[in-house]
Each structure stands twice: as C-alpha cells, then as structure tokens.
Design a protein around this ligand. Structure first.
Ligand code: R2B
Ligand code: URA
Length: 310
C-alpha cells in the first residue's frame, strides 16, 4: 500500500498511535493540561476525546466556534437533545475548544509561543485519549506574495525567517532545530479537493513563518521601520525566487511539533492581501469573512471524504 510513496513520505506515519516521546508523563499520577482546563485524572479523556480524528486549529476563538457550527452542519452531526456546542476549555480563559463528533476545533492564538504551548497539550491530549491516527490541520490567514487576496494556500514546506526548513527551539539555553515537515501526500489530497468551480485559486506552495507581523514580515507600516521600501521589495522578491508564496506566523512550530510526534498535518491559509501591492490589511470585513470560509470549506470536503470511506 505504501509502494507509491516516496521515502520521505513513508517514514513516520505507519502505525497510527500518537507517540509521546516523554517517559516522564507515564510516571506521573496525573497530568494537568493547564491551558486547556483539562486533566488526565479530573476528566475521562478517553470517553471525552477517544473518537477524535480531525484536530482543526486556527487563530481566533470566534473563527473556530464558527468552524465548529459549520462542520456540524456539513457532516450532519446532531448534538444530544437539549445540549448546545460548548467551549470545553472556557475556564482556561486561554484557548477555546469545541468538539463535533470526530472533529475538534481549537483556537491557537497568534505566533509561536502560543501555538507551542497548545501543541504540547494537544499532543498529550491525543495520547491520554488514545486517539488513533488523528490528523492536525491549521486553518489560518496569511499575507500572499504575488497572489491575490482570497487565494487559498496549502503549505508544502514551512520555512523560518532565515529560510531554513526547520523550527529553532531554545531548550536549556541551547539551540535545537527540528524539521518543519508537513505531510506532502495530505497536501496533494487537499489540493485535489479544490474544485474547478471554486471562484478562487487554491495552490500548493512554500510558506514563510515569522515571529512578528510588522518588521518581521518586512512591513513599512509598523511602529518602527528602519529599512527602505527597496529593501522590503528585495526581500519579498528573494522569498518569491525561493518559491515562497505566503507569510504567516505559526507554520514552522506547527509542522515541527506534529512531525516530531508522528502526527500527519497540513496548513491551509487564505491570503488577506498581496504583499507585493502593500502592507495594510484593508479589504472590507465582509469580504475577508467570506475569504476565511475558504480553507474551512476545503477541510470540510476532506473530512467528509475520509468519513465516507469508513
Ligand atoms: C496570520 O494572521 C495572524 C496575524 O495577523 C497570525 O496569527 C498569522 O499567522
Ligand atoms: N497574517 C500574517 O501573518 N501576515 C499577513 O500579512 C496577513 C495575515
């Protein structure tokens, strides 16, 4: 069955279970997932989450709540009579989490530190819940490079701001790099679900991940700017020459930690603007709202396809 995969694609994902590469956890009486307001002893995690197959993450609590309602309708999931969708992590006051059958919708906030904390706890949640073969998908927004606002980008490979295909960690004061690899087969599968009838483009390309929205993404409109417009354009053009089509702030940490855990993952972002034309995000609210449905629509097609195969 694996004969059609390249070596690179074959390595990690064969046995399905989420590996916890930390033997300390097994020795603990309980594990408190502090930022999710959940715990391995206070909650029956197997009962609550054991059936999860799709973990969808995005920046804002509201977008993920909307996604939860949307996917509920798409897969025809019915909540138990008299109940409503509830934010499972409401009392963390940090992240929001909604569960719709096999789908979890979780907000991750902005940038690496926020995503890093969440990923540790989500990977442990999958482990404690004994989830099999969960797929993690980030649905986000980004700035495009040479692509129109509204274009959907499926990340092929994530790069840090120095154009390295890895995420740089500082652990005990030492620098550690972990490869920011995503599942290429999943990316192609998602791309194949984009329709010719869609009134927008869906492309696969390389993604740059930065630690800042303004100076870190070469914007001229931050509180500070100590480079010229020419410097900015030279940088964006260099990115483009390397095949980078979009810039966001979470892909390398998301890719590095899912890959390290042996979890299949994808990043799908909609471009809010073409950075070659400007820096301000100034499209009308309603237009941007509609654009942000696009990655959700693609993920819904994927989830429905996988569920139909079961
Ligand atoms: C995209 O949008 C946010 C910044 O506006 C950031 O979280 C990202 O990756
Ligand atoms: N998110 C980013 O990180 N950059 C943009 O330009 C737009 C959204």
């Amino acid at each position: 069955q694996n004969a059609s995969l390249s070596d690179e694609e074959r390595d990690e994902y064969s046995d399905g279970t989420v590996k916890l590469r930390n033997s300390n956890i097994e020795l603990m009486d309980q594990d408190i997932l502090y930022h999710l307001a959940l715990g391995s002893e206070s909650h029956d995690l197997i009962e609550m989450f054991g059936d999860v197959k799709f973990v969808c993450m995005g920046g804002t609590p509201k977008r993920m709540e909307n996604f939860a309602h949307f996917i509920m309708n798409e897969i025809g999931y019915k909540l138990p009579a008299g109940t409503q969708l509830q934010d499972i992590s409401a009392y963390s006051y940090r992240y929001s989490m909604y569960k719709v059958g096999p789908v979890l919708a979780v907000s991750h906030g902005m940038g690496t530190p926020s995503v890093s904390i969440l990923m540790h706890e989500m990977i442990k949640l999958m482990y404690h819940s004994r989830c099999e073969d969960p797929v993690f998908i980030r649905i986000g927004t980004c700035g495009g490079i040479g692509i129109d606002g509204g274009t959907v980008v499926i990340t092929e490979e994530a790069y840090d701001a120095q154009l390295r295909p890895s995420h740089e960690f500082t652990i005990l004061g030492k620098t550690v790099h972990r490869p920011a690899k995503l599942d290429k087969k999943l990316a192609r599968e998602l791309k194949a679900l984009s329709g010719d009838e869609d009134p927008y483009d869906t492309i696969i390309g390389k993604t740059l991940c930065t630690n800042d929205f303004y100076e870190g993404q070469g914007r001229l409109d931050g509180a500070f700017c100590e480079f010229s417009e020419q410097d900015k354009m030279d940088y964006l053009n260099t990115l483009s020459e390397h095949g980078i089509v979009n810039i966001e702030m979470e892909s390398t940490i998301f890719a590095a930690l899912t890959h390290h855990a042996g979890i299949k993952a994808a990043v799908i972002c909609v471009a809010l603007l073409n950075r070659l034309n400007g820096d301000q995000v100034n499209s009308p609210k309603e237009v941007m709202h509609e654009w942000q449905q696009r990655p959700q629509e693609l993920v819904s097609r994927y989830i429905k396809k996988v569920l139909a195969q079961k």
